[in-house]
Write a protein that binds this ligand. Sequence first.
Ligand SMILES: O=c1[nH]c(=O)c2[nH]c(=O)[nH]c2[nH]1
Length: 289
Amino acid sequence: MAVVLGPNRYGKAETRVVRVTREGETHHVKDCNVSVSLSGEMEAVHLTGDNSAVLPTDTQKNTVYAFAKKHGIGEIEEFALLLARHFVDSQPAIRHARVAIEEYAWRRIPGGPPHSFVRDGSEVRTCLVHCDADGTSTVVSGVRDLVVLNSTGSEFHGFARDEYTTLAETTDRVLATAVTASWRHRGATADHGASYAAVRHHLLAAFAQTHSLSLQQTLYAMGARVLAERPEVCEVRLALPNKHHFLVDLTPFGMDNDNEVYYAADRPYGLIEGHVLDDEAPPAAYAWD
Ligand SMILES: O=c1[nH]c(=O)c2[nH]c(=O)[nH]c2[nH]1
């Protein structure tokens, strides 16, 4: 038996790039997950460890970010073609490039400023009820994975420091989170459909309209807005993961990055949790989770 190298490919999978384009106050967001696979003359690297034909996967990732800055991200097919053509045309050993892109769709938050977005289709509506033999019932309504983003209007500075603090202060960052919220009804709510729609609206509006100095401040504003606007609700509990968007350093490629190209990290993430409640409401009789 002779052992031979069969089909193979390699590349950087799932480069999460967010490209913000600013037209004055109006921002446009392209949020993509880009996976590159290259193949060609790769016998040597597998058989002898000779890396001379191998364009590092790290370079492939950098190319995604640099091209996002240089060309913007229009239709994903065009961006994918641009990248794939670049790899085969610039590297003699690369004979084939495969580029797959997933795009996450964002819609503007109705009534919000033109830099506030909600992601299409990811949210889940929830409820939890308890009924007692004495006839009482409690209803908690909620939403999970309501993903929102402000491409400006968020700052974070003045925080405590110690010898392990390296975080830079910022007066302009992307603020994004996947809202998990649940809210306790004060009594019997007449129309749960209308109540849900209204609470969801106020959560979104408060996220969009709060100029944020921290996600904690935004959390409180969201809960307080629901309580102010919806008398049927007496307590709101929120869990807001801080979906960090890090500015990509493009200076090695001679490019600046004026809040245009971000790396959307998935973990670790800050997790900001809190309850906002009417202090005269009866205490919750049951655990919520
Ligand atoms: O809004 C924020 N709150 C924090 O507590 C925190 N911590 C951090 O590193 N970044 C942020 N952002």
